[in-house]
Write a protein that binds this ligand. Structure first.
Ligand code: COD
Ligand code: ATP
Length: 198
């Protein structure tokens, strides 16, 4: 039996940091952000839907989607964000479930699905356990602005497009507090995995 762990949190809360630790431990991680990038490559169904809805203005000269441009539109407009989600999310779910199935068939004892919008999308059914990476709002804003070189306004628009992380905590089986050092985060992760028999 393989345990499927749904890894979630808020934007810039530290999911990728934790998923890197899991990968280093030899546990396969399937990342929704990566699958979402693949799902909108030229020629994919979601790509065509996006161009039809948002127009050619959101394309680079080479015909690929300009993510910065699309991001600046959808994180300021809920209706447009919902439309984008409706084009991309079904393909992402399908890709993730197919990869998870393959990993299970390979006999992995645990697999991780890193899904930022796991709670918002009611995707709890995809995982046996939900692991949430928590940071307080101040740390989240600081780290997001620093990592992406966003203004405070840009960073807040992205944070506000998601369920507040404090609310997500109620939906988690275990919570990692990532306000401290990387070493402290790793220690918490190891303890949780041990409790889950991994
Ligand atoms: C809007 C897009 C083009 C911006 O691209 P960009 O390269 O700047 O960001 P990236 O994809 O790396 O996402 C960074 C983080 O933003 C947050 N985020 C992304 N999309 C969304 C969304 N639709 N709603 C809320 N938060 C989101 C997540 O926390 C994610 O980890 C891109 O995020 C996108 O296509 N989003 C729709 C698909 C989606 O929901 N992806 C998230 C996981 S399925
Ligand atoms: N414990 C920590 N101490 C200091 N910096 C940290 C810590 N954890 C993560 N960071 C930094 O905070 C930023 C956000 O972390 P990370 O990229 O792991 O978040 P994420 O949840 O994967 O983000 P996204 O939702 O955008 O994919 C990164 O620049 C990362 O290096």
């Amino acid at each position: 039996m393989s345990l499927t762990i749904g890894l979630t949190g808020g934007i810039a809360s530290g999911k990728s940091t934790v998923s890197k630790m899991l990968t280093d431990m030899g546990i396969p991680v399937i990342d929704a952000d990566i699958e979402a990038r693949l799902a909108v490559e030229k020629g994919e169904a979601a790509y065509n839907d996006i161009v039809r809805y948002f127009g050619d203005e959101i394309l680079n000269q080479d015909g690929n989607i300009n993510r910065e441009k699309l991001g600046s539109i959808v994180f300021r407009d809920e209706e447009k964000r919902k439309a984008l989600n409706s084009f991309v999310h079904p393909a992402v779910r399908k890709r993730m479930l197919s990869k998870a199935e393959k990993a299970k068939q390979n006999g992995e004892i645990a697999i991780v699905l890193d899904i930022p919008l796991l709670i918002e999308g009611n995707l709890q059914y995809m995982a046996d356990k939900i692991l949430l990476v928590y940071v307080n709002e101040e740390t989240q804003l600081q780290r997001l602005m620093e990592r992406n070189q966003y203004s405070e306004e840009e960073a807040l628009a992205r944070i506000k497009s998601q369920m507040p992380i404090g609310e997500k905590v109620q939906h988690a089986d275990k919570v990692i507090d990532n306000n401290g050092t990387i070493a402290e985060t790793k220690q918490q992760l190891e303890e949780i995995l041990a409790q889950w028999g991994i």
